[in-house]
Design a protein around this ligand. Structure first.
Ligand SMILES: N[C@@H](CCC(=O)N[C@@H](CS)C(=O)NCC(=O)O)C(=O)O
Length: 258
């Protein structure tokens, strides 16, 4: 079985899938797309993923798209190695409900500060016509980009996103307390942990890590997942925004001293 992953180092959705592939010890060919050059909108990639986003996994010629779908697909095809979905259907349903919550509430929210704090300059030098053409070329993110415009999301959108991120953090802390940890569903790591991982990493990276100052269970979870060997493989150099955008690194150093 030949696996090919189309993804981007800093893409949060890609990071979930990289983590799962490494956790299962699967060999895969990695294609890194440059999302700001528009690799994801080229006809040859749209033939794989008509949504024009990463990640996509191609398994012996079959294209599997959407990170949550890919995570489930890897359980279907490689569930015998490092299983991350409970065998009991009720527990599996609980996990899927957590994944849906994560994809409804914090996942869309993290894009707002990410774009405002890091990605916005990529769009600011464009003319309005160029920017509109870019928006129109995006099958999934046209309206999102238009809302951002070339001046960034307004404060009201940032506040709303922060509220959603805080609700995600609260819910995660509740899951960890209820399960007793160390993972969201208890003693075994599951797809729920992988789903929220890139959000927690991104929040920490862009200086929003104080959102769990009152939730030591999240700090302990974060330490535990960072200690796993697949974490370092997933977050290779260049995967964090602070590794690409020096102003974010300076902000973080000023707050945490590290
Ligand atoms: N629901 C999709 C969302 C994928 C997505 O939004 N990917 C972003 C990176 S995290 C992307 O490719 N953006 C490219 C663009 O906006 O043009 C998934 O989970 O795979």
């Amino acid at each position: 079985m030949a696996l090919t992953l189309y993804n981007a180092p800093q893409s949060t959705c890609s990071q979930r899938v990289r983590f799962a592939l490494h956790a299962k010890g699967l060999e895969f060919e990695e294609h890194k797309l440059d999302l700001f050059s528009g690799d994801q909108l080229k006809p040859e990639y749209l033939a794989i993923n008509p949504n024009g986003v990463v990640p996509s996994l191609v398994d012996d010629g079959a294209a599997i798209i959407d990170s949550a779908v890919i995570l489930e697909y890897l359980e279907d095809t490689h569930g015998d190695v490092a299983p991350m979905r409970p065998a009991d259907p009720v527990r599996a349903a609980e996990m899927r409900a957590m994944m849906r919550f994560i994809d409804e509430v914090p996942t869309p929210a993290i894009r707002i500060p990410s774009y405002n704090l890091a990605f916005l300059p990529h769009f600011q030098s464009m003319t309005q016509d160029e920017f509109q053409a870019l928006c129109d070329s995006k099958p999934l993110r046209r309206e999102f980009l238009m809302k951002m415009g070339r001046t960034g999301f307004p404060q009201a959108d940032m506040d709303e996103a922060m509220g959603r991120l805080r609700r995600g953090v609260e819910r995660m802390a509740g899951w960890l307390r209820a399960s007793g940890g160390p993972w969201i569903m208890g003693p075994e790591i599951s797809l729920a942990d992988l789903s929220i991982l890139p959000i927690i990493v991104r929040m920490d990276d862009i200086n929003l890590g104080d959102a769990w100052d009152d939730h030591p269970e999240i700090g302990a979870w974060f330490d535990a997942i960072r200690a796993r060997p697949e974490y370092a493989k997933t977050y290779y150099h260049g995967s964090l925004l602070t590794q690409k955008y020096p102003h974010l690194a300076e902000l973080k150093t000023a707050r945490t001293g590290s």
